[in-house]
Each structure stands twice: as structure tokens, then as C-alpha cells.
Design a protein around this ligand. Structure first.
Ligand code: AMP
Length: 249
């Protein structure tokens, strides 16, 4: 079984985000970029399936600037077998990403695409659903448990108020939720080995997919600053403040 894992290069989750003075977006220059955290979970799940003898090959793919090769090397260091970088300097929107992934799926014929539920930069939560629709494949989003057996995937999903378990035939698209697993750290020997693993580069323009943005960011703003807190002297005072100041009682 072949698994395709799309991974996006995003601003590192531990970097304090600053809005550009002109409100056109957030500062990215000279800041640490990393693999989208939900994609690390997807890579981990794919590697686990390979270690369990269920998958035979894990292919990581990223659409982005030439620096996204570093993100792919991280996936290779975790244990992916090969990688594909689809190069573009345009900030590609979810629909275009899904269309590019469809072309790669048609070329690579994976049995499963497992990807993050959400990229932490655009917070779109759209690409996996769009890819499944474009391919006409079943989808299970926000997976917190995945079992593959006999050409079927059984996926437990976190839904409002509980868990839902779905079964679907392969090929299929799965998106990962936070509690699916804890991604491994790549060991130094594996980081070295990853440098020799195959990484194919493709120009995005060669795939026949329109990358033209369909959305325009009108403004990006910092959230309002939090008001400073205060210490109360007694429970009675707290209750009084909750009634009169916060007006929540
Ligand atoms: P989004 O719909 O933008 O929130 O992204 C959901 C998931 O789609 C991410 O977690 C990635 O797995 C995948 N994805 C989105 N953009 C890209 C990209 N440029 N390259 C590779 N994968 C991507």
C-alpha cells in the first residue's frame, strides 16, 4: 500500500506572530519555518502504518517555494521514503493545492492520502475535503484513530460531544486531528540518511493547474490586547466583581 502525505511549510508554531505594519499579512522574513504540526501527525501515522507492515511506501509532497525542500527533508528524516516538491513562489490557495494534489495522486496512484486537518497559517481546513471531492474518494476528517485492514479504513473522528467511527473503502483521504499520535523526533543518523533520499522537483506551472488567487486579503489585524488582571482579597469580593464588573453572574 502506498501513502501520499502532503506537508506544508508554515511559520513555526512557537514563533510569536507579528502583523506587518501595512496589515497585508504576517511577518515571515527571517523567521523560523517548520512543517505544519498536523502534517507531522500525518507523517507519523503513515510511518507507523509502514512499520506495522501495512504500508509499503510513504511519499511526502509539498507545494511551495524552494525552501519547502527543508520541510520535505524533515518528513524524510522522520521516515518517509521519497519526496516531491512542487515549486511555486505564489501563496497557493486550498483549491489550487487540492488540484495539484489530484494530479500527483493520478501520477503516483496511492491507496491513501493522509494529511493535516488544517494548516496553521491560513487555518482554512479545506484542502483535504476538496481533494476528496475532486478525486471522488471517500473522506474521514479529524481522525483520532486509524485502522487499515482488508482494503478498508476504519477511522474514529472527534465530533461535537463525542466520537464517531466510520468505515470506508480505499483509496480514501484522511485528515489528522491532534490526538491521533505524537510525532517522533528525527534522530541525527536519520537526518543524515534523509539527505540521500530521493526528492523530485516539479515546476507547478507544468501541471496545468491555475494557481491564480481567487481570494484577496483585505486586512490582517492583531487581536485586541488583553486587559491586565487583578488579585481579589476574598471570595465575596470575587463574587461581587463577577456580578458588577464582569456581569457574568
Ligand atoms: P488547509 O486546508 O490550508 O487548512 O490545509 C489542510 C492540509 O492540506 C494541510 O495540513 C496540509 O496537509 C495540506 N496542504 C495545504 N497546503 C499545502 C501545501 N502548500 N503543500 C502541501 N500540503 C498542503
Amino acid at each position: 500500500m502506498k501513502i501520499l502525505v502532503p506537508v506544508k511549510r508554515v511559520l513555526d508554531a512557537n514563533v510569536a506572530v507579528r502583523v506587518r505594519p501595512d496589515g497585508s499579512g504576517v511577518e515571515l522574513a527571517n523567521l523560523k519555518m517548520s512543517m505544519n504540526p498536523f502534517d507531522e501527525i500525518a507523517v507519523e501515522e503513515a510511518i507507523k502504518l509502514k512499520e506495522a507492515g501495512i504500508a509499503s511506501e510513504v511519499i511526502a509532497v509539498s507545494i511551495g517555494p524552494v525552501q519547502a525542500a527543508d520541510t520535505l527533508r524533515s518528513a524524510l528524516a522522520m521516515g518517509a521514503d521519497t519526496a516531491i516538491l512542487v515549486k511555486t513562489d505564489i501563496a497557493v490557495e486550498p483549491l489550487a493545492v487540492a488540484k495539484i494534489l489530484k494530479v500527483l495522486v493520478e501520477r503516483q496512484s496511492p491507496d491513501l492520502v493522509i494529511m493535516g486537518k488544517q494548516a496553521i497559517d491560513d487555518d482554512a481546513n479545506q484542502t483535504a475535503q476538496m481533494l476528496s471531492a475532486l478525486l471522488g474518494w471517500p473522506q474521514a476528517m479529524f481522525a483520532s484513530q486509524v485502522t487499515i485492514d482488508g482494503g478498508k479504513a476504519t477511522v474514529t473522528r472527534e465530533v461535537d460531544g463525542g466520537l464517531e467511527t466510520l468505515e470506508m473503502p480505499l483509496p480514501a483521504v484522511i485528515s489528522t486531528d491532534l490526538r491521533l499520535n505524537t510525532p517522533r523526533y528525527a534522530s541525527l543518523p536519520n537526518v543524515m540518511k534523509a539527505k540521500k533520499k530521493p526528492l523530485e522537483e516539479i515546476e507547478a506551472d507544468s501541471l496545468g493547474v491555475s494557481l491564480a488567487p481567487q481570494l484577496k486579503v483585505l486586512n490582517t489585524a492583531e487581536p485586541p490586547a488583553r486587559k491586565p488582571g487583578s488579585t481579589v482579597g476574598s471570595v465575596a469580593e470575587l463574587v461581587e466583581k463577577l456580578k458588577t464588573e464582569a456581569r457574568v453572574l
